[in-house]
Design a protein around this ligand. Structure first.
Ligand SMILES: Nc1ncnc2c1ncn2[C@@H]1O[C@H](COP(=O)(O)OP(=O)(O)OP(=O)(O)O)[C@@H](O)[C@H]1O
Ligand SMILES: [Mg+2]
Length: 457
């Protein structure tokens, strides 16, 4: 293959493109184009093939004993594929990787755990605590990508875990570990060796200050599956989300609890975001059903509204988009002619869940209203509906599913948008609303302090 380069005729300094003066010998007009012959690399790619002649049976490695991980992945682990697992420090990435190793070694298959961050003793201690010790699990502590590739070729494991990509370095490149070029290059080498060996690789990745996956964007393109751990690391609840999956859906989430013995799959995912058994007659607390993939979860939203001291009123929101709530507060003020500008408003989604579904709008709005009037509510009330700027409540998808889930969990009432073709539940009274005012009327009906809003407003 021929490629043009430019060389200074005076001092032989090479250049990628032409320029007037040589930087080295400062000679003018001495740089001339020259052709170099680079070595031709053999083309190992398969010849063009009709799509009907291509074998499509991908070898799968089902995890099975980690049901929530299976639920997120849908198809188990595909051999030859690479998964990127990201999340905040201390959230449980290494723990999940170790538990995955246990599942694989229990099937008498081998795992190579490359620890670039922790010592072998630290890893062994964790493996012991999580009951993951096995002769099939090999630990290799190195930060050299060259050595890692060599050992993968030597050992040919079924699963490779690299903990983490930000700490390994390829000596062919000059950048420090974690730099864009190092992360890109090292990930590329791992993806390539994974395909050659036919194993499954799990790359653990750090996150940025903003909460996204650290490293070049191309890293996300390189891998086949991207899993992300969410949740409040000071609580036990952990949420595993799939952002990309070349072999399955990305809609499902997995719920775990972090215990001393590791991550335990949540047995009642539908109720997992409820902080505690619901208390009757509590104001400012609202239960909202939301859909994640094929499952419906109940989320508890809590609001607190108090008179402001001096200066600007405080607005503090946890787990909900600030702009979205500000729009809802403005809609509430306008439609019910109430004044909230002199009130501090705090809204929290319980359980570390990040709420971004418009179907939760009405729940947020009514929880603020209930807190504002100290309006005690039935603890067996669920609320669902998207609120628009005119104060109308818009239909939501899968309303029947929400109604059935609330009914089967013993809820008595549900305030919903007015929409047709919904299936009722025999034990649940559905209160349909077209506007915020309709929803408030329903709220008063199920409130123990009937008429309080009318008096105060
Ligand atoms: N002895 C223990 N008992 C209970 N929980 C523990 C124990 N040791 C660790 N943990 C839990 O495990 C978490 C750390 O998990 P892990 O090391 O897997 O996180 P990580 O995401 O890999 O973190 P990092 O990014 O720092 O590597 C701790 O935050 C804690 O919740
Ligand atoms: Mg770790």
């Amino acid at each position: 293959m021929k490629s043009p380069v430019f060389v200074c005729e005076s001092c032989q300094e090479p250049y990628a493109r032409w320029q007037g003066q040589c930087n080295q010998c400062l000679e003018w007009n001495s740089i001339q184009e020259s052709i170099t012959h680079t070595k031709k690399t053999p083309d190992l790619s398969p010849p063009p093939t009709p799509i009907t002649n291509i074998a499509i049976d991908m070898p799968l490695l089902y995890t099975q004993t980690l049901p929530e991980l299976d639920h997120v992945l849908g198809n188990g682990l595909v051999m030859g594929a690479t998964t990127l697992l990201g999340g905040e420090p201390g959230i449980g990435k290494s723990t999940l990787a170790m538990q995955l190793a246990k599942v694989v070694t229990d099937k008498n298959q081998s795992v190579l755990y490359i620890s670039a961050e922790e010592s072998a003793a630290q890893l062994a201690l964790r493996a012991k605590r999580l009951n993951c010790l096995s002769e099939k699990l090999t630990v290799y502590t190195t930060q050299s990508m060259g050595n890692i590739v060599e050992q993968i070729h030597n050992l040919k494991p079924h699963v490779v875990i690299l903990d983490s990509i930000q700490v390994v370095k390829d000596s062919d490149l000059s950048g420090v570990p974690g730099s864009v070029s190092q992360v890109h290059h090292c990930a590329n080498r791992l993806v390539s060796v994974t395909k050659t060996i036919g194993c499954h690789s799990v790359i653990i990745g750090h996150i940025t200050k903003e909460g996204g996956l650290a490293g070049p964007k191309v890293l996300e393109h390189l891998v086949d599956i991207i899993l992300f751990f969410e949740g409040d690391r000071y609580q036990s609840q952990r949420i595993l989300r799939c952002f990309k999956n070349r072999y399955g859906s990305t809609e499902e989430i997995g719920l775990f609890a972090m215990e001393k013995t590791g991550l335990i799959a949540n047995r009642h995912p539908e109720k997992s975001f409820l902080d505690r058994p619901l208390k009757p007659n509590q104001s400012g607390s609202m239960i909202v059903p939301i859909q994640e993939g094929s499952r419906v979860f109940l989320i508890e939203i809590q609001a607190l509204v108090v008179s402001s001291g001096y200066g600007m009123a405080k607005r503090t929101f946890v787990g909900v988009d600030q702009n979205r709530i500000n729009v809802l507060i403005a809609t509430l003020e306008k439609n019910l002619s109430i004044k909230l500008s002199n009130k501090d408003i705090f809204v929290t989604v319980i359980g570390g869940y990040k709420l971004n579904q418009p179907a939760a709008d009405l729940g947020i709005l009514l929880s603020i209203l209930s807190a504002f009037y100290t309006l005690p509510l039935s603890h067996l009330l669920g609320v669902v509906g998207e609120v628009d700027l005119t104060g109308h409540i818009r239909p939501v998808k899968q309303l029947s599913k929400y109604i059935q889930e609330l009914g089967s969990l013993g809820f008595q009432y549900c305030i919903t948008p007015k929409q047709t073709n919904t299936t009722e539940h025999p034990n649940l009274t559905t209160l349909s609303a077209t506007t915020i005012q309709d929803a408030v009327q329903h709220l008063l009906k199920v409130s123990k302090k009937n008429g309080k809003v009318a008096e105060s407003g």
